[in-house]
Design a protein around this ligand. Structure first.
Ligand SMILES: [Zn+2]
Length: 232
């Protein structure tokens, strides 16, 4: 079933679910005025989701201020604006999700915002505003290593260079074609001028040859006549 925000996400998935002492859960829907924010969040999460084509489960997204104050933490502020989600993708390692989001943000496929790392058994935090360095949870000792990052950056640079070369080559081919066309036009004009000249110029070499041949024939006839006269 398609979502009411994006293809796979619905507004109610991002609602606040605040568990009280005693187990009661207070559910607060994303307020209307924050709908543009949560929609943009869902659009970004669609990009993450598309990497594996598996369901992405937002565990905690929107939090009203009192809910947010209860759970605490600086990074949580974006949750108040419905710009953030803490999530998992069942069957995908957190390292993989973390490194993938870094790549997607670096390449501009996702809004470059906040990325929180809470360890291999924790959740991933993503928010689309503002841009800042990734952080890790207090109980986590180190970030995942994303060994492909350097390769990706190099690949992106190679691609950019290739695109520049391609454009240069296209420009060169276009200029060459123009020059060839111009050259062909000049050649055509020249050939046409030669043909026109040959048609009506009596000094045409073919005409001159024909004249010469006629003179030779006439001389032959005269010589023949002289030879006949000499016999008689
Ligand atoms: Zn969070």
């Amino acid at each position: 079933m398609p979502g009411d925000l994006t293809e796979h996400f619905s507004r109610n998935e991002f609602a606040s679910r605040w568990e009280q002492r005693g187990g009661t859960v207070i559910v607060t829907p994303v307020p209307d005025e924050l709908l543009p924010n949560v929609k943009r969040l869902a659009q970004n999460l669609e990009v993450v989701r598309a990497e594996w084509g598996k369901p992405l489960i937002p565990g905690s997204a929107y939090r009203p201020p009192d809910h947010n104050a209860d759970v605490g933490g600086v990074e949580n502020s974006q949750h108040v604006f419905a710009k953030a989600a803490d999530f998992i993708i069942p069957g995908v390692s957190k390292d993989d999700i973390y490194c993938t989001i870094r790549r997607l943000m670096a390449s501009g496929k996702m809004d470059d915002g906040g990325l929180g790392w809470y360890g291999p058994n924790g959740h991933i935090h993503y928010d689309w505003d503002p841009k800042r360095a990734p952080w890790k949870g207090k109980s986590v000792t180190a970030f995942p290593t994303c060994p492909e990052e350097d390769d990706d950056m190099a690949l992106a640079e190679d691609l950019a260079q290739l695109r520049r070369d391609h454009n240069t080559l296209l420009k060169f081919v276009a200029e060459s074609v123009t020059q060839l066309r111009n050259g062909q036009a000049i050649q055509n004009t020249f050939i046409k001028a030669l043909l026109d000249k040959a048609d009506d110029d009596p000094s045409d070499p073919v005409d001159q040859l024909a004249d010469l041949q006629r003179q030779i024939d006439e001389n032959d006839a005269r010589l023949d006549a002289i030879a006949e006269a000499a016999k008689g």
